[in-house]
Design a protein around this ligand. Structure first.
Ligand code: AFD
Ligand code: MN
Ligand code: MN
Length: 424
């Protein structure tokens, strides 16, 4: 589905007076407003291919209609998002769900929408129809060498696919672990996993990164072989400079201080990237910022502070990706809301008065520290984000335009009501 420049221009024109009023008001209070707008224009968040269809739970799935039926249609959907918000300029593929039939054609299609291929994801948490050995009891951790070998070869294959698409990172999320005490020797599982990761690491091209994603529980309920940031950090440290920890916001036990984890990983140069989502209870995969936007802001506050301390490029030096997919919303609307929430939190973090915060910290003026953070958090920056988007050619209000043009209806007309996107 294509969205024309005229449609965007008309939409922006209809909102311009109101927008400029809000924008001027907020801009007048911010000393380096132009710099913030530039940073926002550069910031891109990759869309996972598996978030474009309706997610399900183990109880059921309620498809919304017009879901992408192929990799081409997934790219088309991300292209649509990016045309609307100019901040979704990358797609992250999951193998084998998204194996291209014709690489050149897929590259061309992505280029047409201004998209690049972000991290490629391997899948050893499911058995595929043509697969010889089962991952029921794990993949890289498995007691059987032949199953470990199959998982290693799969990951190396995923790297090869990524190379052909111009990707430069591999995300490994392992469902490995155990469901009952005594089922697994933890140390042996760790060593097997590490050995497997080493072989995969060796296959990485020199400019590639490997992201090791951790998750506290599920699908295994007693232990996970990459269960927390400590374990991920341990693997990443032992592997070498191209291996990093990936933080998925939904993969912690309740009340975990994620911003502190982020700060320390950045300090050690081992934070690789993010999977953004929100949750109330577990790995809920809810829309970013829908439950706890303040936590998201606090995470971005640490990110901005830590990246600036290390002289990092905000847009390029970490992998930014959404990982959300659920049951009751239109996936494209959900993704537009998620990207918006990320940009808002990032902008608010950029507004934090760093010098004043350091001074207040040095005076142990606890109340002032809170005031400084909340001053930034409580600033309504939506018109700043909209201004950056508009200057990049996007829509002032992407979600409103998506609805006004009845885009879901057009997708249903074109693709049908009972389509199913690949994924979980
Ligand atoms: C998992 C992880 C992960 C994985 C995905 C599969 O968050 O990143 O690739 O779901 O759908 O929960
Ligand atoms: Mn994830
Ligand atoms: Mn998850």
């Amino acid at each position: 589905m294509q969205l024309t420049k005229t449609e965007i221009d008309e939409h922006n024109k209809s909102l311009l007076v109101k927008h400029e009023h809000s924008f001027r008001f907020v801009a007048s209070q911010i000393p380096d407003c132009e710099k913030i707008i530039r940073l926002l224009q550069e910031f891109q968040i990759a869309i996972p291919s598996w978030a474009l269809g309706t997610g399900g739970t183990r109880f059921g799935r309620f498809a919304g209609g017009g879901e992408p039926r192929s990799l081409e249609e997934k790219i088309e959907d991300v292209g649509l998002l990016n045309t609307l918000n100019r901040a979704s300029g990358a797609i992250s593929l999951h193998i084998p769900w998204d194996i291209p039939k014709d690489y050149a054609a897929i590259m061309q299609l992505a280029a047409h929408y201004g998209l690049r291929f972000d991290a490629v994801n391997s899948n050893t948490f499911q058995d595929q129809p043509d697969q010889v050995y089962s991952y029921k009891f794990g993949s890289l951790q498995h007691i059987d060498k032949i199953i470990r070998k199959q998982a290693i070869e799969h990951n190396i294959g995923v790297i090869e696919q990524g190379v052909k698409l111009g990707s430069d990172s591999l995300t490994v999320w392992l469902a490995d672990g155990s469901c009952f005490p005594g089922q697994l020797n933890f140390r042996r599982a760790f060593e097997n996993t590490l050995d497997g990761l080493r072989e995969i690491y060796t296959a990485l091209p020199s400019h590639w990164k490997m992201y090791i994603e951790y998750k506290a529980f599920e699908p295994n309920f007693y232990s996970m072989s990459v269960g927390d940031w400590g374990q991920s950090y341990l693997y990443a440290s032992k592997l070498g400079p191209k291996a990093y920890t990936l933080v998925d916001l939904g993969h912690h036990l309740p009340h975990a201080n994620i911003e502190q984890i982020v700060s320390l990983l950045l300090m050690e140069g081992k934070l690789g990237g993010f999977h953004f989502n929100d949750s109330k209870y577990g790995d809920d995969d809810l829309t970013v910022g829908s439950i706890n936007p303040y936590q998201l802001f606090l995470i971005f506050n640490e990110l901005v502070e830590g990246m600036d301390t290390r002289g990092m490029n905000h847009a390029k030096d970490l992998g930014w990706m959404i990982d959300a997919s659920h049951n009751v919303k239109d996936p494209l609307e959900d993704l537009l809301q998620s990207v918006e929430a990320i940009l808002i939190a990032y902008t608010q973090a950029l507004l934090v008065d760093r010098n004043a915060l350091v001074a207040a910290q040095n005076e142990t003026d606890v109340s002032k520290c809170q005031e400084i953070l909340q001053q930034a958090y409580r600033t309504d920056v939506r018109s700043l984000v909209a201004e950056a988007r508009c200057r990049s050619g996007g829509a002032l209000q992407p979600l409103a335009l998506f609805r006004k043009l009845n885009m879901r209806k057009s997708l249903i007309t074109k693709r049908g009501l009972k389509t199913t996107a690949t994924g979980l």
